[in-house]
Write a protein that binds this ligand. Structure first.
Ligand code: LFR
Length: 489
């Protein structure tokens, strides 16, 4: 069998990359073609994404693939973070710059929305975890603020849909990304009219929903001119980054959970159907759409954002590397103080080290002073939050989780993998770290008929990438700290 090349565009909230996937004889290899920084841009106090720059970076990736590597990929696919969107006018132009989900305009949106549609009904109609930045609340805030964009908007496209539109001229909503909006029925590729109505937006904004692994169409001639690529197809992959990551969990059998670890920590299970109940509402779990009709029953945990933001602040004085941060925290006293990583004060505080200190002060704990103490506090708290969340999953499903797969960039942090295994008391399997790009590539391969199921995709992944297992070691320190941690909720 010859080599088959695919190009994945994988965009995260802090960086983006173009990754080449080379599939040959049931094995996949990866090569990074292009990497670039992504960041919110602040204009007059509001936060936006520079979508046009992202589009240019994707084209640069494709151009490098064709001209520097001399490779014409068979197809391209795009995945990004969730919930954010652009509104498109009748003439096919964007109505304004897309807001970034950490923008503060939705700070009070949920309470206001629940006065129109009660919280319980909103949850039972959507099955989605409440987060103030869900598309539902972003659009509701726009309505409240009388944003003129709404008057000219004809279509609602999520970030990967917008970029697919720029590449192909085709406007569709891909299912997994649309499911992050809180505008769909639980576990179904169908818009929920009740939610549109309560938000005060026209349901006609929603486009046709397509399943992951659908060939959207060929890239436009102008893209071919700008990059030198041929008339290749653009595939709607599982275009929510977390959905792509879940596709590439190298799991076998049952009773496993995944933790997709990056800016966010997404901890959950793959379920054949949505799990929407009073219990899941109380625990605020989400039911996002997955590949092949599965549901991603999971919890959004604030994740590496906490430490990334500390590093950003510390770097302003003197640039640090990640190794140094991990070493300092490894040497710091364990469990000196703990935070609830998901406290709303950590969503976008501006100065994260100060926010961590003030949380500890407010909760009557010793205040971490050094970088090592702050970092240690974050890592300990994350491992404990993982334990807490796994317990919740077991309560809802009534099943014991026997293994945790950590995928994504966070799986590189061996210290945190060790902490997590010791905290949760079951083996942690770390890798692959490029899970999102891999899932993207393999859904392209599926769309082109080279693999036929997610199960087959996982066989290819197990065949291609090494993983590392961390066995748990019993440590009474974790049990004791967990007791203190649980008191925070
Ligand atoms: C992870 C992620 C999460 C989503 C958050 C915001 O990158 O996509 O799944 O909840 O970003 O969109």
């Amino acid at each position: 069998m010859s080599k088959n090349y695919f190009l994945a565009f994988d965009l995260g909230a802090s960086s983006g990359r173009a990754m080449l996937g080379i599939l040959e004889n049931g094995r996949l290899e990866l090569a990074e073609v292009h990497r670039f920084k992504n960041q919110m841009t602040r204009i007059h106090g509001s936060y936006y994404w520079n979508i046009f720059n992202l589009f240019e970076e994707l084209k640069t990736g494709l151009k490098k693939c064709v001209s520097e590597l001399g490779i014409q990929p068979l197809s391209v696919g795009i995945d990004t973070w969730g919930v954010d969107y652009a509104l498109v006018t009748a003439g096919g132009r964007l109505a304004g710059l897309p807001f970034a989900y950490r923008d503060h305009r939705t700070d009070q949106a949920m309470e206001q929305f629940f006065r129109i549609l009660p919280q319980k009904e909103t949850y039972l109609s959507s099955g989605i975890q409440f987060m103030q930045f869900n598309t539902l609340f972003q659009l509701f805030s726009s309505v409240k603020q009388n944003d003129p964009e709404l008057k000219v908007a004809e279509k609602l496209l999520f970030t990967p849909d917008v970029l697919n539109f720029f590449f192909t001229g085709i406007t569709k909503n891909e299912y997994t990304i649309a499911s992050t909006s809180q505008l769909l029925k639980p576990g179904r590729p169908e818009w929920e009219p009740k939610l549109f109505e309560a938000a005060g937006i026209d349901q006609k904004l929603g486009e046709e929903i397509v399943q992951p692994g659908t060939v959207l169409g060929e890239v436009l001639t102008e893209i071919q001119e700008d990059t030198g690529c041929g008339a290749i197809p653009c595939v709607a992959v599982a275009s929510h980054d977390t959905a792509s990551a879940v596709v590439s969990v190298p799991a076998e059998g049952e009773n496993w959970a995944y933790l997709s670890s990056g800016t966010w920590s997404l901890l959950g299970i793959e379920s054949p159907e949505p799990l929407v109940s009073e219990k899941s509402l109380e625990m605020n779990f989400t039911n996002e759409g997955g590949a092949e009709g599965t549901t991603r029953f999971l919890k959004n945990i604030m994740g590496m954002w906490l430490i990334q933001e500390c590093k950003r602040i510390w770097d302003q004085k003197k640039e640090m590397d990640w190794q140094e941060i991990v070493e300092l925290s490894n040497a710091a006293e364990p469990f000196k103080c703990l935070v609830n990583p998901d406290d709303p004060m950590f969503l976008n505080p501006g100065d994260m080290p100060e926010a961590i200190k003030s949380f500890c002060k407010k909760t009557g704990q010793p205040v971490p002073e050094t970088k090592g103490e702050i970092a240690r506090c974050i890592y300990d708290s994350l491992a404990l939050k993982y334990k807490y969340t796994l317990g919740q999953i077991e309560t809802v499903t009534g099943k014991k989780i026997e293994k945790l797969h950590i995928i994504g960039g966070g799986a590189n942090n061996e210290m945190l993998n060790r902490f997590t295994a010791n905290a949760i008391g079951i083996p942690v399997v770390a890798g692959p770290t490029e899970a999102t790009a891999i899932g993207n590539i393999m859904m392209q391969a599926k769309a082109l008929g080279m693999v036929h199921s997610v199960q087959e995709i996982r066989d290819v992944i197990r065949n291609s990438f090494d993983v590392k297992t961390f066995e748990p070691h019993s440590d009474p320190g974790w049990e004791k700290a967990f007791g203190a941690f649980c008191k925070m909720f």
